[in-house]
Design a binder for this molecule. Structure first.
Ligand code: GRG
Length: 304
């Protein structure tokens, strides 16, 4: 196991624990029939890359003395809000009216287990739950209200119409059409890149890093968001549904991909180039983080 894989498996454990805490806090708000559906969407596997990136960004720029370093638990609770938005998006994305997916993370998708209507409601319930999680956990962490508001706004902005929801709309409009590189870039910058960028930006804001470092980590996130998607397209073209734990594939859905646009080798080269640009953004701002460097390598070379 590489150092980064080892790092990720340890860090996945705290992300899971933070999601359990979030469920305990928010469960009383849920109609009883939705609790198991939310639980399945949140806690069935997943790489947890978004909360891990958030905590890694915090670790890269937090000053040990000023402000006093956060205890791990409040930091993890804030980071969990990203995974809650991500989980809702996967539940909705897999519904029959969208990608109609039967397999995700190696398991039947929530709507296959619990039905379409409860899954649609459970996923929708996760949106306000994630928003409250971001606001309440920043408050519990003692982050001053203006910064806490900024952190929550970063999350919700990334989830919104110029972020994930907007990217999903472009994705659906693009099905069956051959998109050029500009259109494909915009689609993925919104659909996938925005939330990954938010993870890094939130980590930097929690650390109350200087503006230059906040922007450098955000630029790292934007580049790595694109690298993440290119790696996804390469995996989709070279791996099986069984190995990836998800179906249908992009080809089944008639979607434009970087492999379709640039060829397999071209897509791999582009991914490496974008990763290098991500690392250069950190270097230019003097941010030294072996953890983020390792995660950048993992994002490109992962197997699922
Ligand atoms: C109604 C237009 C409209 C939108 C609703 C459904 C939705 C909002 C957004 C979908 C966004 C989406 C599915 C983005 C996919 C991003 C992505 C690359 C997912 C896979 O992420 P991983 O690999 O998954 O991190 P794991 O399973 O590891 O968590």
């Amino acid at each position: 196991m590489s150092d980064t894989e080892d790092y990720l498996s340890r860090h996945r454990a705290w992300a899971g624990a933070a999601l359990e805490r979030a469920l305990e806090r928010h469960a009383p708000l849920l109609p009883p029939d939705l609790s198991p559906v939310v639980r399945a969407g949140l806690l069935t596997g997943g790489k947890r890359i978004r909360p891990v990136l958030c905590a890694a960004a915090y670790g890269a720029v937090a000053d040990p003395a000023d402000p006093p370093r956060l205890d791990p638990e409040p930091l993890h609770d804030i980071a969990a809000s990203l995974e809650m938005i991500h989980a809702y998006s996967l539940m909705h994305d897999d519904l029959p009216c969208m990608d109609d997916a039967s397999l995700r993370r190696g398991q039947p998708t929530p709507h296959m287990r619990f039905g379409v209507e409860p899954t649609a409601r459970a996923a929708a319930a996760l949106i306000p739950m994630a928003s409250l999680q971001a606001l309440e956990s920043t408050e519990r962490a003692g982050i001053p209200p203006p910064v806490a508001g900024q952190i929550a706004a970063v999350l919700l902005d990334a989830a919104g119409v110029c972020g994930m929801v907007g990217g999903q709309a472009l994705d659906m409009l693009g099905e069956g059409r051959a998109l050029g590189e500009d259109d494909l870039g915009r689609l993925h910058a919104w659909k996938t890149g925005a939330l990954l960028t938010a993870a890094l930006r939130m980590g930097a804001l929690i650390a109350r890093a200087p503006k230059e470092q906040v922007e450098a980590l955000s630029a790292f996130g934007r580049h790595m968001g694109l690298a993440f998607q290119i790696a996804d397209d390469v995996l989709d073209a070279t791996s099986s549904a069984e190995a990836l734990g998800k179906e249908p594939s992009d080809a089944d859905l008639n979607k434009s991909t970087y492999v379709g646009l640039l060829g397999l080798e071209g897509a791999r080269r582009r991914g490496a180039d974008v990763r290098d640009r991500a690392l250069a953004s950190l270097e230019a701002a003097g941010v030294r983080s072996p953890t983020l460097e390792g995660l950048a390598g993992y994002i490109l070379d992962r197997r699922r």
